[in-house]
Design a protein around this ligand. Structure first.
Ligand code: A2P
Length: 289
């Protein structure tokens, strides 16, 4: 996968492996607060120009997100809406039911992207492979019925992605992973890139722990930017789609203002090589919900 060094704008995109265009930058809705705060933040993001809106059934805010999508007045085809199957809903029939609820809550007639939020692990169920396969088959069915335009996975590290691909009839278009300076999951990312599975970055700002890093601060200063902007730009120049969350209007705009500067190859390499320091500690094996 070729990283794009000169993205054009917030609404320009990458072609996914199914020929569908996805924006280069998204807006994340995890922990966007009360229903009113969530709707206000999503409205602000859309007004700023974000077109990829990322949500999940487990965030419990799909109704508020849907409200903001409608209030935008934008034609549906101008938006790229993604949601995810909750861990409690994995399996064939339950995923199909969960999808109907998600669509209802969002008030939409289709999704642009639907993801399995987390894989089932052997510790959660001896039948983990089969449940992951069945969940994927439900997504494939939704795809073939035209209810979703593309399907993918999230947090599928190699022990889960490889078995899934053995049975899958369709390739996931994306794998949404934790990805931030110091947390780059190189094995999974390399495997996905070799198969043209695009990486989306959750927690692209490393839960704010990276803001004090001296190396990032120095690079940010050299460009007259914030550390957050440097992180997002680094992700984009690596061909990864960051989906930053912010509830603050100034920061929502700041995070979108990353299209008119470029990190040098040396700066990219320096950030690529930063040691782990901003990770959440979450992995399929540590998830208990
Ligand atoms: P807030 O909503 O108050 O802006 P991550 O996506 O890595 O998990 O980080 C999300 C956290 O980072 C949120 O708590 C958010 O808080 C904060 N955040 C988002 N954008 C910025 C920014 N540009 N500068 C500082 N903090 C930010």
């Amino acid at each position: 996968m070729t990283p794009h060094n000169n993205p054009l704008s917030i609404s320009s995109g990458y072609l996914l492996n199914n020929g569908i265009l996805i924006p280069r930058l998204g807006y994340g809705t995890y922990k966007t607060g009360s229903p009113e705060e969530c709707a206000a933040a999503v409205s602000e993001a859309i007004a700023t120009g974000y077109r990829l809106i990322d949500c999940a059934a487990s965030y419990g805010n799909e109704k508020s997100v849907g409200e903001a999508l409608r209030a935008s007045g934008l034609p549906r085809c101008d938006l790229f809406v993604c949601s995810k199957v909750a861990n409690t809903e994995r399996g064939y029939d339950s995923t199909l039911r969960a999808f109907e609820r998600t669509l209802d809550d969002l008030g939409l007639t289709y999704l642009d992207l639907y993801l399995i939020h987390w894989p089932v692990t052997p510790a959660q169920s001896p039948d983990w492979r089969n449940i992951n396969d069945k969940t994927w088959q439900a997504l494939e069915r939704l795809m073939s019925e035209g209810a979703v335009r593309s399907i993918g996975v999230s947090n599928f590290t190699l022990p889960y992605l490889e078995p899934l691909l053995l049975k899958a009839r369709r390739l996931p278009v994306v794998n949404q992973l934790e990805y931030n300076p110091g947390t780059t999951q190189p094995e999974t990312v390399g495997f996905c890139e070799a198969r043209n599975i695009r990486i989306e970055a959750w927690s692209p700002l490393g839960r704010q722990r990276i803001f004090d890093n001296e190396t990032l601060r120095r690079i940010a200063e050299a460009h007259g930017r914030t550390v957050a902007q440097v992180c997002l730009r680094w992700e984009m120049q690596n061909g990864v789609i960051p989906i930053p969350k912010s509830s603050n209007p100034d920061r929502i705009r700041q995070n979108a203002d990353i299209f008119d500067f470029e990190l040098t190859a040396a700066e990219m390499r320096t950030i690529d090589l930063l040691p782990p320091f901003g990770g959440s500690g979450l992995a399929p094996e540590t998830i208990t919900f």
